[in-house]
Write a protein that binds this ligand. Structure first.
Ligand code: FES
Length: 138
């Protein structure tokens, strides 16, 4: 996996992932995390086909994604807000996912909230951008 960081405000920002050089290969899935609060650095991570957004974040120490249940859709600590331009590329959330999102600490955005563990990158979804909520714990 490869990570690269950028700042929405143009400064170096607070980031943990190492910046990488070069441009993204169209064959390698990539997810970009926009950290809370708004204006902090964004972190882009390239992943293997089939990897979930939650696993991509946890593996790369992206702050704000916990993944406490390990991807079983039972904790909502992987809550992400999908950027609007990507919403039509995702299958709708299932009933269990919607139910769990009701327990998210930062509240459910009916249009954009998803569980990161239920979204998988790959040929059908080669790129995605998400915002991380301000908190996953109360
Ligand atoms: S990791 Fe627990 S609901 Fe996604």
């Amino acid at each position: 996996m490869r990570t690269r960081s950028s700042s929405a405000a143009g400064s170096s920002g607070d980031r943990r992932a190492s910046p990488s050089r070069g441009t993204r290969s169209p064959d390698v899935p990539e997810v970009t995390f926009h950290l809370a609060p708004a204006g902090r650095a964004a972190v882009s991570v390239t992943v293997a086909d089939g990897m979930s957004v939650m696993r991509a974040a946890v593996t790369n120490a992206v702050p704000g994604i916990i993944g406490e249940c390990g991807g079983q859709a039972m904790c909502a600590t992987c809550h992400v807000l999908v950027r609007e331009e990507f919403l039509d590329r995702l299958a709708p959330a299932g009933a269990d996912e919607v139910d769990m999102l009701e327990f998210s600490v930062s509240g459910r955005d009916e249009a954009r909230s998803r569980l990161g563990c239920q979204i998988h990158l790959g040929p059908a979804l080669p790129a995605l951008e998400v915002d991380i909520p301000a908190s996953q714990y109360s």
